[in-house]
Design a protein around this ligand. Structure first.
Ligand code: C5P
Length: 222
């Protein structure tokens, strides 16, 4: 039998990683957070003062960026050149710059290559923006997640507030709106629902209900 890839795409902050992690844990699949990869690349560029609007400059440093996941549990531990950056990639400087970075063709080509390698022979759940369209167009199960933008901003705000006491709901809402706009309108692999992706609007669903929705659709494939 062949390996199974579950592709989860959707808008920013609509619970893709929460569902993907829960699903991977339940199924004993490997969870891959593709957004963390674009975030780690962005962090590298910011730290090294690379002009993110200069595609040639970005392309030139890509070989210096080495990403690794370690998956002892189902949390995302991402290493950027052997340094754990899992927390730093969630902060606003990265959130505010990741969409233009992810729109650069050379960045996408490299990330997609690495992502395809991870799903070559293992059962995985991968979440992102182009997993069902560009990374694994033949995935046997694709989910496309969406939720009311205000509900998404409130959820993300609640998540960030304890460690970022200065953050405002408005700022979080603006960031989500900007990323949705940029991600859906960019030229390279814009965020779009794959024709065969199942829509999951979780505005009024609990995490448990979302997990059940996904499990009901994976189980026939096992
Ligand atoms: O998933 P997350 O919100 O952490 O992703 C951060 C950003 O990375 C997205 O807003 C998007 O610009 C980019 N991204 C992407 N393709 C993916 C995953 C993320 O372009 N597969």
């Amino acid at each position: 039998s062949t390996n199974i890839v579950v592709a989860i795409d959707g808008y920013s902050s609509c619970g893709k990683s929460t569902l993907a992690k829960a699903l991977a844990k339940k199924l004993h699949f490997i969870y891959v957070d593709s957004g963390a990869m674009y975030r780690a690349v962005t962090l590298y560029l910011l730290r090294n003062n690379i002009d993110i609007t200069d595609e040639k400059a970005v392309e030139a440093v890509l070989p210096d960026i080495h990403l690794n996941f370690h998956s002892r549990d189902y949390q995302t531990h991402i290493l950027l050149n052997d340094e754990e950056v899992s927390d730093e990639i969630r902060l606003m400087p990265v959130s505010n710059n990741v969409s233009p970075v992810s729109a650069i063709k050379a960045v996408r080509t490299e990330m997609v290559k690495q992502q395809q390698r991870m799903g070559k022979s293992k059962n995985i759940v991968m979440d992102g923006r182009d997993i069902g369209t560009a990374v694994f167009p033949n995935a046997p199960l694709k989910l496309f997640m969406t939720a009311d933008p205000k509900v998404r901003a409130e959820r993300r705000f609640k998540e960030l507030q304890p460690t970022n006491p200065d953050i405002t709901l408005e700022e979080v809402f603006e960031n989500i709106a900007h990323r949705d706009y940029s991600d859906t309108t960019r030229k390279e692999s814009p965020l779009v629902r794959a024709e065969d992706a199942i829509i999951l609007d979780n505005t009024n669903l609990t995490p448990e209900e979302q997990l059940q929705f996904a499990l009901d659709r994976v189980e026939p494939l096992l």
